[in-house]
Design a protein around this ligand. Sequence first.
Ligand SMILES: [Fe+2]
Ligand SMILES: [Fe+2]
Length: 206
Amino acid sequence: MDKVKFTQMKDGDREDYEFLTAHEVAYTEKTAERLLTAMKDLDASLSGYQITRLGHSVQAATRAWRDGADEDWVVAALLHDIGDIYAPYNHDEYAATILRPFVREQCAWVVEKHGDFQMLYYGHHVGGDRNKRDRHRDSQYFDDCAEFCERWDQSSFDPAYADLPLEFFRPMVERVFARKPYDPAVIRAGERVALTDAVVAADRAG
Ligand SMILES: [Fe+2]
Ligand SMILES: [Fe+2]
């Protein structure tokens, strides 16, 4: 069997669906690989800044890693703008949707809302509301998103910064997307982990 027998889903039988499930498992194992390829497409997106969107993403992840952030944070920083390719008007939600099954709830929330928080830095220059983030004041993750944007997002447009290469982050992306989706031990609902760890950061600085 190399294809299902049905042309309408309602006509499929157990054999068809067992065959598809096996295919799906093999396909999902390559998610990390596809995401890293998509990251490279970010190199061609959105011109005008001093660095490309890929450069910005890698720089955000590099800063996170050098701050001693854990793997959820580093991968979230790397992928936070991946939505720019296909969802320019809700790129934050798009990226959060990709991350949500595989990272802490805290990190998915921060990625989902980072667009509103970033307005603080430029909203007033474009006739927007720079305090748009205030609608999220009640969230337990408000301060985390504010810190994410201040430390890693708004700061990462510097062509002179010494970025680590995208390949450096490959094993982290592979590990995160190899996790069991929606595992409560990964999601850790309601838990906050600091973005920075001075001991780890000192260790990584060598
Ligand atoms: Fe963004
Ligand atoms: Fe960004």
